[in-house]
Design a protein around this ligand. Structure first.
Ligand code: F6R
Length: 248
């Protein structure tokens, strides 16, 4: 596990965006696994900026997103599909038919999940997966207690996750209680993983995930078992982890 220390959110965003840009330059037809939420906004901002400046070409890139709320259609402003259009896809030259986000409106959940895994497999697997870190250690929407082997599935979100997501909605009742997510098994199949973390409020869980035991109760701790993981975090998020990668 490689830990990259960034000064602040801006620096973290730029460093993570650099890794993604390098991946695209090294393999123009690469498959990127993407995340939503507050953390990657600055990363997508940078990628869009470099595209506008002619430094990056998304023409042959494929993307697969980690997750989507169940029950929200693509036109819903709270859907992750909408988020991705707004933050990245509409701002770069990616082919719409090469961007994949789980379908929140799928009638047959099990089938939709198998199909999503099929899309990833058919694309040749994920070259670089971007992750954020939930306050309870979740990655994607894999909540504590989730089996490490599981592939794309439908989950009941924990109360803490629903509460954390409340900020994006106008009321608690509007926050969906279920979501589709790539499983931990799906995520661990990526050739490379970059997890971006920012802020003091993530310091405790980042320390637990990086320095604590590998346990399903802290889903992100599974990353300790992956051979190519980079954690890019700012000083605030890394305040409880020493330069040696041990708890401080
Ligand atoms: C989003 C996702 C989630 C978030 C996590 C952190 O696609 O998979 O695991 O990465 O909840 O969210 P933020 O970045 O909003 O703190």
């Amino acid at each position: 596990m490689r830990i990259v220390r960034a000064k602040d959110y801006q620096d973290m965003s730029e460093k993570a965006a650099h890794m993604i840009a390098e991946q695209i330059r090294r393999k123009p037809d690469c498959v990127l696994g993407l995340a939503t939420g507050s953390t990657p906004e600055g990363i997508y901002e940078k990628l869009a900026e470099w595209y506008r400046a002619g430094k990056l070409d998304f023409a042959r890139v494929t993307t697969v997103n980690l997750d989507e709320y169940k029950g929200l259609d693509r036109g819903n402003v709270h859907s992750y599909y909408h988020y991705m259009q707004e933050k990245l896809f509409a701002r770069v030259n990616i082919r719409t038919d090469r961007t994949f986000v789980p379908d929140g409106m799928a009638q047959d959940s099990d089938r939709a999940c198998r199909e999503y895994d099929g899309i990833i497999a058919a694309a040749g697997g994920v070259d670089l997966q971007l992750l954020g870190l939930g306050h309870n250690g979740h990655i994607g929407f894999n909540e504590p207690g989730t089996d490490f082997e599981i592939q794309t599935h439908c989950v009941n979100l924990t109360e803490s996750t629903v509460r954390a997501n409340r900020r994006f909605f106008s009321s608690m009742e509007e926050v969906p209680g279920q979501a589709y997510t790539m499983g931990i098994g799906t995520i661990m199949q990526a050739a490379g993983i970059v997890m971006a973390v920012s802020g003091e409020d993530k310091a405790e869980i980042l320390k637990t995930a990086v320095c604590g035991p590998v346990t399903t109760m802290v889903p992100a701790s599974v990353l300790q078992l992956h051979r190519n993981v980079t954690i890019i975090a700012d000083e605030a998020a890394l305040s409880l982890v020493g330069n040696d990668g041990q708890a401080s």
